[in-house]
Ligand binder design. Structure first.
Ligand code: SF4
Length: 294
């Protein structure tokens, strides 16, 4: 039996029931994809339905204020995504919905993966969006590489020409791969439970128990951190934004101890100002004199 057929059969029984898998609306699919970048599926599930109720169409989002969208996005993190999403909604409201993967990619904020995902899930184009999960599974199955890297994408893309069916539910193949990557073909895979065990070029290697996990997969995150702070700057930036949102107006001096209990005016002042400057350059907050506003 062909790989895709086995995969789809497995997916019908084990696939996750996620709200964005019940629609072909390009706007809804794009919202889910933007939310899923860097945010866990379980968390996105909490936000997705609420967002669609509040901003049901491209037009509703295009007309929303920065304050409204930042409020609605609060809790998802990486706020730059929501500004990009509204920019895209504004462009699409004026010029119409893109029809090809290339047209999606022409919109700022949409890379090859997202363009592929919207094309296949909303418009049923026969394309394969490659993200970390799909790279890992197909790198193992098709290339026999226990741990693939970015360089393998072109090879995977080429091999997917034969691998993706031309008929049937080819548009569900990427969803099935995501689920297999989450449930079975994880960093350290459980090949004994995998539907692709017989066809996979890496299964014997894993089942022999001789595979070593490369250091790059266990290395600590390289996110920017200040001094001995326990969290990356991203977390403190999120806290600044939350406080500015809640207090409407607050001074720069007052915000330090509110986002970090160990805040030291002499040691942390420059760090704090640089985060505020970045948030302001990115359009999240405004600075007037010594005060901050949303
Ligand atoms: S057989 Fe093992 S390595 Fe291959 S796809 Fe399945 S879980 Fe992954």
């Amino acid at each position: 039996m062909k790989i895709a057929t086995k995969l789809l059969r497995w997916y019908r029984v084990h696939g996750r029931d996620l709200p964005w898998r019940h629609t072909r609306n390009p706007y809804h699919i794009l919202v889910s994809e933007m939310m899923l970048q860097q945010t866990q599926v379980e968390r996105v599930k909490l936000f997705y339905r609420r967002w669609i109720r509040q901003f049901p169409t491209w037009k509703h989002l295009a007309q929303a204020s920065t304050q409204e969208i930042i409020h609605a996005w609060a809790g998802l993190g990486y706020n730059r995504r929501v500004l990009a999403l509204r920019d895209i909604a504004q462009k699409i409201s004026q010029h119409g919905v893109p029809r090809t993967q290339e047209e999606w990619m022409a919109l700022k904020g949409i890379g090859p993966y997202t363009a592929g995902a919207v094309s296949v899930f909303a418009q049923k184009k026969r394309v394969l969006p490659i993200d970390t999960n799909i790279r890992r599974v197909l790198g193992r199955v098709l290339l026999g590489k226990p741990f693939s890297d970015l360089q393998d994408d072109k090879k995977i893309q080429k091999l997917s020409e034969d691998f993706l069916p031309h008929r049937g539910a080819y548009y569900d193949v990427p969803q099935a791969l995501f689920d297999l990557a989450t449930m079975t073909c994880t960093k350290v895979p459980d090949c004994t439970r995998c539907p692709l065990r017989e066809q996979c070029k890496s299964s014997k290697l894993f089942l022999s128990g001789t595979v070593k996990i490369p250091k790059r997969m266990t290395k600590a995150s390289k996110e920017r951190r200040h001094r001995n702070k326990p969290y990356p700057d991203r977390i403190y930036r999120g806290r600044i934004l939350k406080i500015v949102r809640e207090k409407t107006k607050i001074s720069i001096e007052a915000i330090g101890p509110l986002i970090d209990k160990t805040y030291n005016h002499h040691l942390d002042q420059v760090w704090m100002k640089s985060m505020i400057q970045r948030l302001s350059q990115e359009g999240f907050i405004k600075q007037k004199g010594n005060n901050l506003f949303l």
